[in-house]
Design a protein around this ligand. Structure first.
Ligand code: ADP
Ligand code: ADP
Length: 212
């Protein structure tokens, strides 16, 4: 199975991708997590990407497409995947199509998670992450068992540096301008599934599963 998740920043893509990944036993491919890894390792890509990420802007398409070409042709992706955060622009979607054609493959479903902007601002304010695993919590909607600590490792949770109010606003603008047009791009292929992302985490998940 090959799925793709589209939704605003903080819309619940990572949360749902993790659940789908364990249900279907396929990897979650999150460009955000991959980029944060590069930033942490201080790789050349990480150094180039950091300034865009800090400002809530998109990393240039060529850099993303290069990174994803390598990833999607790796053994890890042989049995399918869930794309979380890629593609995010029309040139990225076109690049993905070319890549899929080259390897004789196609997407099974494009899942759109709809959440309004005012709810997003609330969600981002309460997001907490476990850096090493990428596990995602929310202080109100999905709290860890021990406040401030990861459920599995008991290591401290952190706040993403780009979850500041000003950066969130910028990321939402970028979503509306550059990412939303992907919905009509994929609508033509009739593989679109739209879900109400304002529902609870469990309800969003069952809505996806029932309609896949
Ligand atoms: P969110 O889903 O909350 O927006 P991500 O972890 O997906 O967060 O992305 C964090 C940041 O990483 C983005 O604001 C952007 O700078 C960069 N990024 C992630 N994926 C892409 C992509 N496909 N194209 C360009 N930039 C990206
Ligand atoms: P994205 O990957 O789209 O940026 P996340 O999955 O990281 O979004 O979710 C953003 C924040 O909102 C996290 O703190 C997460 O726990 C919380 N969250 C995700 N889905 C829901 C939901 N359906 N209802 C309430 N909070 C949610």
């Amino acid at each position: 199975m090959k799925f793709l998740l589209i939704g605003p920043p903080g819309g619940g893509k990572g949360t749902q991708a993790k659940k789908l990944s364990s249900k279907f036993n396929i990897p979650q491919i999150s460009t955000g997590d991959m980029l944060r890894d590069h930033v942490k390792k201080l790789s050349e890509l990480g150094r180039k990407a950091k300034k865009f990420m800090d400002n809530g802007e998109l990393v240039p398409d060529e850099l993303i497409l290069q990174m994803m070409k390598k990833k999607l042709s790796s053994d890890e992706c042989i049995n399918g995947y869930i794309l979380d955060g890629f593609p995010r622009t029309l040139p990225q979607a076109e690049g993905l199509n070319i890549l899929l054609n080259e390897i004789g493959s196609n997407l099974n479903k494009v899942i759109v998670i709809e959440v309004s902007d005012d709810i997003i601002v609330d969600r981002m304010g309460g997001r907490r992450v476990h850096k090493n695993s990428g596990r995602i919590y929310h202080i109100k909607f999905n709290p860890p068992k021990n406040e401030g600590f990861d459920d599995i490792t008991n290591e401290p949770l952190s706040i993403r540096s780009d979850d500041k109010k000003e950066t969130v606003k910028n990321r939402l603008n970028v979503y509306h301008d550059l990412t939303k047009p992907l919905i009509s791009f994929y609508d033509k292929n009739q593989i679109l599934l739209t879900v109400n992302g304002e529902d609870s985490i469990e309800n969003v998940y069952s809505n996806i599963i029932e309609n896949l």
